[in-house]
Ligand binder design. Structure first.
Ligand SMILES: *[C@@H]1O[C@H](CO)[C@@H](O)[C@H](O)[C@H]1NC(C)=O
Ligand SMILES: *[C@@H]1O[C@H](CO)[C@@H](O)[C@H](O)[C@H]1NC(C)=O
Length: 317
């Protein structure tokens, strides 16, 4: 009786000691992970309580991609995301420079269950718990910046674009690769001298309370703009100081005004387009964006570009 209870106690003690060792080891390992990730740039949240619903398993270690495309998308657009994944959003490698695409989403409401499955499958959805409305677009852009600067800071460039766009990813990588400014770059369709729409029926209506001045600082159209990652992350750092405004591209301009940086052209021609450019192989080879491109057109245009390597266009070597 005495012996068994002693053995029992002994066993209990052994188990306790083992458990304690196990806990210590796991705490040590967890702390090690934690200190490693905190070696990255500081990542304060600007989201007052909107938590991450989903983030990709990192594909962005030290050998991070050259270019990350962040596409704002709304939860119901499953087909569009599929079309983008099969066309311009597919992982590209051009002259050794890699591009990867992620989608920015707000809360999926009744579709959230499907979105979780989609994200688990493709590992390309970045999502936070805010309402997925047009006027929360600025939050989406901040979400993209936070993810980039905290999880993927070794990337060289980041593009923000929308899901109704066509992007010639290969040409963009080519232009960025030979561009002399790897730092402090914001490029796209440069909007200069524009001011707030005061017509209260407009989608872009901004009241005097929201923005009292008559002119916006220069910015780039939200249909597609590119930032060097250093600038994107400096922007993330000052984003608290800039005035919050619900129009996301103007908001980027306001942040850049705090940093005293102005957008610049990447090409003497207008290679970013905010209208729908009629498709031809030779025009699309030399542009970066075209707007209002439907899903089936994305597939057609992309195939057209991919299958026409031996076709010569005027002015090409
Ligand atoms: C943005 O999302 C928040 C959180 O879901 C919501 O309360 C707010 O109404 C949304 N704002 C707009 C302008 O849609
Ligand atoms: C819009 O503006 C007009 C006149 O400027 C005003 O009468 C109307 O109440 C406004 N509507 C809203 C929804 O604020």
């Amino acid at each position: 009786m005495h012996l068994t209870s002693l053995c029992g106690n002994r066993l209990l003690k052994d188990v306790t000691v083992l458990l304690m060792i196990f806990c210590l080891i796991s705490v040590f390992l967890r702390n090690r992970d934690w200190s490693r990730s905190s070696a990255q740039p500081p990542c304060p949240s600007r989201f007052n309580g909107f938590s991450f619903l989903m983030r990709p398993a990192i594909r962005c270690d030290n050998s991070g991609p050259f270019l990350v495309l962040l596409v704002t998308s709304s939860s119901g657009r499953f087909q569009t995301r599929l079309a983008i994944r099969r066309t311009w959003g597919i992982e590209r490698l051009v002259g050794g420079a890699r591009s990867v695409t992620y989608f920015l989403l707000g809360h999926g409401r009744q579709r959230q269950h499907f979105i979780l499955r989609e994200g688990a499958l493709h590992q390309d959805i970045i999502q936070r718990d805010f309402e997925d409305t047009y006027h929360n677009m600025t939050l989406k852009v901040l979400l993209g910046l936070q993810w980039l600067c905290c999880s993927c800071p070794s990337v060289s460039f980041v593009m923000k674009t929308d899901s109704d766009m066509f992007v010639n990813t290969d040409y963009l990588i080519k232009l960025l690769s030979r561009h002399p400014h790897r730092r402090n770059l914001l490029t796209g369709i440069i909007m200069k001298g524009f001011g707030p729409v005061r017509e209260n029926s407009s989608k872009w209506y901004i009241s005097k309370d929201e923005y009292p001045r008559d002119k916006y600082p220069p910015y780039c159209s939200g249909t597609g703009f590119v930032l060097s990652t250093d600038l994107a992350c400096r922007m993330w750092e000052v984003s608290e100081k800039a005035q919050k405004i619900k129009i996301e591209d103007v908001y980027v301009g306001l942040c850049l005004a705090v940093l005293e940086v102005e957008p610049m052209k990447i090409h003497s021609q207008q290679v970013f387009c905010s209208h729908k450019v009629p498709f031809s192989i030779c025009t699309y080879r030399q542009l970066i964006t075209s707007h209002w491109v439907r899903d089936y057109e994305k597939l057609l245009f992309w195939r057209g570009l991919q299958d026409s390597d031996d076709e010569k266009c005027r002015g090409e070597p």
